[in-house]
Design a protein around this ligand. Structure first.
Ligand code: HEM
Length: 411
């Protein structure tokens, strides 16, 4: 294994405050890096892309063993509802199980359904701004960034206001944020893991009731489509439907909310780009990709070597885990000119890695882009004086999902 001068530490506070400094150092000094935590880290755009595209040599591998890497061999991974759920969602499955589950979801999450959501996403966005505009200030995370995708995901699944009134939505947001900590790169303290487990049980119960309802009273919505989705004779089981729904809801809410929050911070730190968006709102679509490149809400994903392999010549043994730092690839000077410049007119912004690639490419990418475009365009048009630029952003714990716990903004 490579001799390294420093080891990547996912819980280092300096890394959380500014991951891009550490990423630049890794890319330059040790682009395929073996950590003291027992996994590899890939940082160059070309290498990260090669790993996530290579379904023959890199996949999800043995879930239990991968989690035991953090906790030790005696840890009973699947006794924890949060890890059991994680082990069953299709992003952590290899073919053929992945192919079947993904296929059933994409049957229901069609491009037509996403395109048809445009007027509704606009309406939700306008409704939030109608309420906020007279105030002159907001917490951009709680008052706007969380509320838009949560409502959109409920709409998409067909969950009505009566089924999820504002207090329940708050609870769901909280549940996702706490349960999703199991996606992390290290062992969770026992009390945090216990909370993640409780929140997972709460969500299983909530979505279980929604689907029981749709089986009894089918409607024209994604929840009913998921209940009815078929692959030959095989439909999703009750548990699969609930597991997929929590995955869709969580993936669709958490990442999108922080794309909006991280975008507003990037604009706050680069006021000339905000002025450009106000003057040229048609740049909003490209701006949402540039936000995902520049300050992605999902910094990394894992793969496990399915066989002895290599990354750019560095040998990787079968069974070893590789952390693919999408966020590091997104700032690679070999892939993007002036990668540390936030430039909403960049013509190659869509080459970012933030939606992954290969067989696991994000199924919600079109919806996320639609929400980003509408959110940034509408905010620039209706609140052109908006500024969000705290001296010290409140970055949340954990590197994988990058977002802030609050973001004061005013106009
Ligand atoms: C800005 C927002 C988003 C970002 C940055 C994002 C990012 C990603 C990434 C990087 C992956 C691939 C993970 C891997 O290869 O290991 C992924 C997969 C996935 N995403 Fe997204 N996502 C976003 C929004 C959404 C939305 C809105 C939905 C649902 C409507 C969604 C649902 C999924 C699902 C189900 C997968 C698993 C696909 C598979 O394994 O085949 N995502 N996402």
């Amino acid at each position: 294994m490579t001799e390294t001068r420093f080891s990547f530490d996912p819980s280092d506070p300096a890394l959380l405050a500014d991951p891009y400094k550490v990423f630049a150092r890794l890319r330059a000094e040790d682009p395929v890096h073996w950590t003291d935590h027992g996994f590899w880290v890939a940082t160059r755009h070309e290498d990260v892309r090669a790993v996530i595209m290579d379904r023959e040599r890199f996949g999800q591998g043995d879930f239990v063993r991968n989690i035991q890497l953090f906790y030790g061999p005696d840890f009973d991974v699947l006794a924890h509802p949060s890890y059991r759920w994680l082990s069953e969602i299709f992003v952590f499955q290899d073919p053929p199980r992945h192919t079947r589950l993904r296929g059933l979801v994409t049957q229901a999450l069609t491009a037509r359904r996403v395109a048809a959501m445009r007027p509704r996403v606009q309406e939700i966005c306008d409704g939030l701004i109608d309420e906020l505009a007279p105030r002159g200030h907001m917490d951009a995370i709680h008052d706007f960034a969380y509320r838009l995708p949560t409502r959109v995901m409920c709409d998409m699944l067909g969950i009505s206001d009566a089924e999820a009134p504002p207090a329940v939505l708050e609870q769901l947001n909280q549940a996702i944020a706490e349960a999703f900590l199991v996606f992390g790169m290290e062992a969770l303290p026992p009390e945090i893991l216990a909370r993640a487990d409780r929140q997972m049980l709460f969500m299983e119960d909530f979505f279980g009731q929604i689907f029981a309802n749709r089986r009894a009273n089918p409607q024209d919505d994604l929840a009913t489509d998921l209940v009815n989705a078929r692959d030959g004779n095989s439909a999703l089981t009750n548990r699969e439907v609930v597991t997929v729904a929590i995955g869709l809801f969580g993936a669709g809410f958490e990442t999108t909310a922080h794309m909006i929050g991280n975008g507003l911070l990037s604009f706050g730190r680069n006021p000339a780009e905000w002025a450009r968006l106000v003057a040229e709102p048609e740049l909003a679509r490209n701006a949402s990709d540039e936000v995902l490149r520049f300050e992605s809400s999902l910094i990394a994903t894992y793969r496990t070597a399915l066989t002895d392999a290599d990354i750019a010549g560095t040998p990787i043994k079968a069974g070893q885990r590789v952390l693919c730092l999408l966020g590091a690839g997104n700032r690679d000077p070999q892939a993007f000119s002036e990668p540390n410049r936030f430039d909403i007119g960049r013509t190659d912004a869509t080459r970012h890695l933030s939606f992954g690639g290969g067989i696991h490419f994000c199924v919600g990418a079109q919806l996320a882009r639609l929400e980003g475009e509408i959110a940034f365009e509408t905010l620039a048009r209706r609140l052109p004086g908006l500024v969000a630029n705290p001296a010290t952003p409140a970055w949340r714990e954990g590197l994988l999902f990058r977002g802030m716990s609050a973001l004061p903004a005013s106009w």
